[in-house]
Every structure is written in structure tokens, then in C-alpha cells.
Design a protein around this ligand. Structure first.
Ligand code: SF4
Length: 228
């Protein structure tokens, strides 16, 4: 199947959450400044995404082949045990908001702009996942991202991007030689149907991570993913 390109994804900015993330009191002078930045950001932001339906063609002990491209990860392989479809994606806050933020020179405003871009990107991702789940009937779904676990190294970004065509052309996202994505507020991964819950964080021992979505489970790898 060809890729689906979304170039005007709706997004929401939760002012209460943004203030909390920025450690700013609602109603204060800095809060008024943030509100002005948000209005300005809303006027220019155009988050985008590309995704596709891809098919699992074969599975090995620690790898899967998806649409002719091999991905090496024991965790991914086990997580795809019961599915034949996956949804590789890239979601970005967009080049427009990136250019807007690069024009900001004030340190405080820059700090706020970064948080605003992050929120736009997360909101856009939420919309993209909702579209995938509804369109393809995914009652329960999980996500894995190259580079979030040692088991699935970041160099596999190259394979993921290979599934999605020319992302620079379609949504303005470039993959650098060190596998970083530009604009910086861009996320990539595979969404797939999965019963029960799975979060990369369950297998990640990193302490004090602000992005943690689930507690680290030190026994999970040995119980579910270790090769017998
Ligand atoms: S704990 Fe943090 S670094 Fe580890 S997988 Fe979760 S979000 Fe990523």
C-alpha cells in the first residue's frame, strides 16, 4: 500500500499542562507571555505525518521482515507474534513551527517555544494514532520506536524510513547520518495491534526519565522476551 500523508493535522495546546511543564503560575506575568507565544505558534504550526499499512512477511528468532525490509529486534519480533500488519509512521511538529522557533532569540521565550512544539507534536501524534486505530479497526495497539531500547538500535531508523518513501518531500522530515530526525520535534515508530499493554518503558531501566509512561519491570524481559 502507498503511504498516507497528513499535512494539516489538528492539534490542541493544554494551557494548564503547559504551565505546569514550564513551572509557571497561571495568571502571572510569565503566563501572559506564554499565552502570547501560544497564539503566535498556533498561527504558524502545521504538524504533519506519513504512515502506511505494511505487512509482516517472515519472522526469525530475533527479527522480522516487513514489506521486504528486515528489522532486528527480539522484542519487536515477540510483540508481532500475533499480527501480520504494522503501521510504520513519522509524525512531526512541522518545518513551519521550527522556523518560527528559530527566529526567537530570548532565552525564556525559547524555552517556552520548545515546550509548545513538544505539545503540538504529541497532540498531532495522538490524532494520527486515533486515525490509524479507527480506520483499521485496532481495538488495542502498542508502539515501538527504533532507539528507545538497546534491543532495537537507533540505526534501524534507516529501515523504518525506507518503508515510508521520501519523507523530506512529503512532510519535510530529514534523517541525518546519525539517525536523528529534523525538525527536532519529530517522532517515528511502528504501531501494531496488540492485546494487553506494552510500553517500551517497561523494559527500560533509565532512572528519573520525565517521559516515563510505565514503571520498569526488571523481570519482564526474562519472562516474555528472552530466547529459550
Ligand atoms: S523510560 Fe524514558 S528513555 Fe526509557 S523508554 Fe521510557 S521514555 Fe524512553
Amino acid at each position: 500500500m502507498s503511504t498516507v500523508i497528513l499535512d494539516r493535522i489538528p492539534f490542541e495546546i493544554d494551557m494548564a499542562l503547559l504551565s505546569k511543564n514550564l513551572h509557571i503560575k497561571e495568571g502571572s506575568d510569565p503566563a501572559a507571555r506564554v499565552e502570547r507565544l501560544v497564539e503566535s505558534a498556533k498561527a504558524v504550526a502545521r504538524p504533519k505525518a506519513v504512515y502506511k499499512v505494511a505487512y509482516v512477511e517472515s519472522k526469525d528468532d530475533d527479527s522480522v521482515v516487513v514489506d521486504g525490509t528486515k528489522f532486528t529486534s527480539r522484542v519487536l519480533r515477540v510483540n508481532l507474534e500475533d499480527t501480520y500488519r504494522v503501521f510504520p509512521y513519522v509524525v512531526t511538529s512541522g518545518t513551519e513551527i521550527e522556523e518560527w522557533s528559530q527566529s526567537i532569540t530570548d532565552i525564556f521565550d525559547n524555552y517556552c517555544a520548545d515546550a509548545i512544539k513538544e505539545m503540538i507534536m504529541r497532540s498531532a501524534r495522538h490524532h494520527v494514532f486515533a486515525e490509524i486505530d479507527e480506520k483499521y479497526g485496532l481495538a488495542h495497539a502498542a508502539v515501538m520506536n527504533p532507539g528507545s531500547l538497546a534491543d532495537w538500535p537507533i540505526k534501524e531508523q534507516k529501515n523504518l524510513f525506507a518503508l515510508l518513501g521520501d519523507t523530506k518531500e512529503s512532510i519535510g522530515v530529514q534523517l541525518t547520518d546519525s539517525f536523528l530526525m529534523l525538525p527536532i520535534k519529530t517522532v517515528s515508530g511502528m504501531r501494531f495491534p496488540k492485546k494487553g499493554t506494552y510500553e517500551n518503558c517497561q523494559l527500560c531501566p533509565r532512572k528519573d526519565c520525565p517521559g516515563r509512561k510505565a514503571p520498569y519491570d526488571k523481570d519482564l524481559y526474562n519472562e516474555k522476551y528472552k530466547m529459550k
